[in-house]
Design a protein around this ligand. Sequence first.
Ligand SMILES: O=C(O)C(=O)[C@H](O)CO
Ligand SMILES: [Mg+2]
Length: 252
Amino acid sequence: MPRFCANLSLLFTDLPMVERVSAAAAAGFEAVEILFPYEENAAELSRALKASRLKLALINAPPPNYADPEGPRGFAAVPAAKDRFRSDFRRTLRYAETLGVERIHLMAGVAEGADAAAVFADNLAWAAATAPNRQLTIEPINSDDMPGYFLDDFAVAVAVLQDIGAPNLSLQFDAYHAHRIIGDVIGTWNAVAPLVGHVQVADFPGRHEPGTGVIDFPGFFAAIDASGYDGWVSAEYHPLKSTEAGLGWRKI
Ligand SMILES: O=C(O)C(=O)[C@H](O)CO
Ligand SMILES: [Mg+2]
C-alpha cells in the first residue's frame, strides 16, 4: 500500500491548525500537507510537527488562501505578475526552511495563451534554479472547479516538465482532477508515473473519501505500487461526515 499523508487544510477542520497535527498523528498518518500555512505561526507549527514526529510533505506557494472563491489561484503563468510570483516564491522558501517542508506546489493561476505558456515555463525554470535543494511541483487542476486555471491539462504539464528537465521539478498527480480532466485515472497514472513527485486523492462526485464515488481506488493504489512510486499519497478531500469516521479507505 502507498504511504498516506493527511491534508490538514481539509481534514480535522473542527480543530485549530496546530491541534490538527497531533490529531493526524493519532490517526496513524506519518506526514501532513497544509495548503495555506501563511496565517499560522511557523515556529509553533514547527514545534507541533516535531512533537508529533510528522513530516510536512507539501505546502502551496502563496497567495495565502486559495479557498477564497474570489482569490487568486497563484501567479506562475500570469504574464503581468512575474515579480509577484518571484517575491511570493522567496517568501515560501523562508516558510519551507522553518517548517522543514519536503515539496512546494507552484500554482499557475488564471491565464491563457502563448504568453502565459512562455511565462509559466520561464518562472518554473527560474524557481527550480533558484532553489535547487527544494522539490517543486505543478498540478493539473480541472477547470470546472477552478475556471480559467492555466494548467488544466496533463499533456501541457508533461511537456513543460520535459522541456525544463529540472531534477527538482515534478508532477503533482491528483486522482480527483485526473478523473475530471481525462476520466481514466489509472491509464493517466501509468503514462506519467515517472514524472510524479506527489499524489493527492479524493473521489468523484463530491470530492469526498476514496470509496465514496466512481474512481477505482483499489486499482489506483495497486498501479501506484506497481509503478515503484514511493512518495506520499495525500488525503485531499472533504470528509463526508467526521474525518475520523471516514479513514477506513486507507485499507481498501
Ligand atoms: O486544488 C487542488 O487539488 C490542490 O491541490 C490545490 O493545491 C488547492 O489549493
Ligand atoms: Mg490537489
